[in-house]
Design a protein around this ligand. Structure first.
Ligand SMILES: NC(=O)c1ccc[n+]([C@@H]2O[C@H](COP(=O)([O-])OP(=O)(O)OC[C@H]3O[C@@H](n4cnc5c(N)ncnc54)[C@H](O)[C@@H]3O)[C@@H](O)[C@H]2O)c1
Length: 283
């Protein structure tokens, strides 16, 4: 992290010089990566975009493209060299057979942290997930200290990533904010997402806070907008000063016009929704 980290209030970033020299964005060709490329621009002089998939659109003036498979330790080591912070979005983002998750998410997150240690990167933002706690009921309210209840191999891999983050803080002082992203899409697609929705604007603010708030150690924060019925309490991450501006409420009529969900449907029971009922694979 540059020595200027935390020197200016986050809200003023766009008026001032970028505080990072080179920010690595993994998963940059994915849904959130595409959105964040432009939005993170004011925060770094150069954004290094990485993915195993083709990068589209091609690199703009303050971007550079560095293709990389996260499962390749040497390649990840080279990828991280010269970066002063990492926003780690790359990996399998849905429930899949364990072997796929193992390569991209479990080996991948190890490679990212190991490379960060070797190259002196001091701040990582880790895209964790609500699926780390997916087996809590929607009637329950939890904070970051609640025991994790992953709802599949994907959720397990994010839980492992959070442990990796804690370990690399305790052992090497690398600071991470693990954002348990709810559902970050243009708008909530169903009733469950009325609670879990995270607008792109709020996601961007949360990433900015996660990059520049001093002394975060390893912080776990839930990534949801200011929705009416939230299941998550962010008091353990109050030091980030994250105050979401958007709410799913503006989409309520549209979402509630959808056919009702049966009360026995996992989408109506569990915080992780349908992920809780996927698998087994390969029987
Ligand atoms: N979008 C959401 O609502 C949401 C919710 C919870 C968590 N997340 C997490 O946020 C991150 C971004 O989500 P997204 O919706 O953009 O997902 P996405 O699937 O669109 O993007 C993930 C990207 O990672 C890349 N990737 C996969 N395996 C890779 C590998 N082995 N090496 C290099 N790159 C690889 C993919 O090519 C893809 O472009 C993911 O880590 C996801 O788990 C997203």
């Amino acid at each position: 992290m540059s020595e200027t980290t935390g020197a200016a209030p986050a809200a003023q970033h766009s008026e001032a010089a970028p505080r990072l020299s080179r920010l690595l964005l993994t998963g940059a060709a994915g849904g959130l990566g595409k959105v964040l490329r432009e939005r993170l621009q004011p925060m770094a002089r150069v954004i290094r975009l990485s993915d195993v998939a083709e990068m589209a659109p091609a690199a703009g003036p303050h971007e550079e493209v560095a293709p990389c498979n996260l499962a390749d330790k040497k390649a990840v080591d080279a990828l991280v060299a010269g970066c002063d912070a990492i926003v780690h979005l790359g990996g399998v983002s849905v429930e899949r057979p364990f072997e796929e998750i193992l390569e991209a998410n479990i080996r991948g997150v190890f490679h990212v942290y190991e490379a960060a240690r070797r190259h002196g990167v001091k701040r990582i933002v880790f895209a964790s997930s609500n699926h780390v706690i997916g087996f809590y009921k929607q009637s329950e309210h939890i904070d970051a200290h609640a025991a994790r209840r992953p709802d599949g191999y994907y959720g397990l891999s994010k839980s492992f990533g959070e442990d990796m983050a804690q370990f690399y803080y305790d052992r090497y002082g690398i600071e991470t904010v693990s954002i348990r992203i709810g559902s970050s899409f243009p708008e909530p697609a169903n009733r469950r997402m009325m609670s879990t929705w995270l607008s792109y604007r709020d996601l961007t603010t949360l990433i900015e806070k996660s990059l520049f708030t001093p002394g975060v150690k390893h912080t776990v924060v839930y990534g949801a907008s200011a929705n009416r019925d939230v299941w998550w309490d962010n008091s353990a991450a109050a030091h980030l000063g994250f105050a979401p501006q958007d709410s799913s409420e503006v989409f309520r009529d549209k979402v509630e016009a959808q056919p009702p969900v049966a009360p026995t449907d996992p989408n109506a029971i569990y915080q992780g929704g349908a992920f809780t009922a996927q698998g087994p694979f390969g029987d």
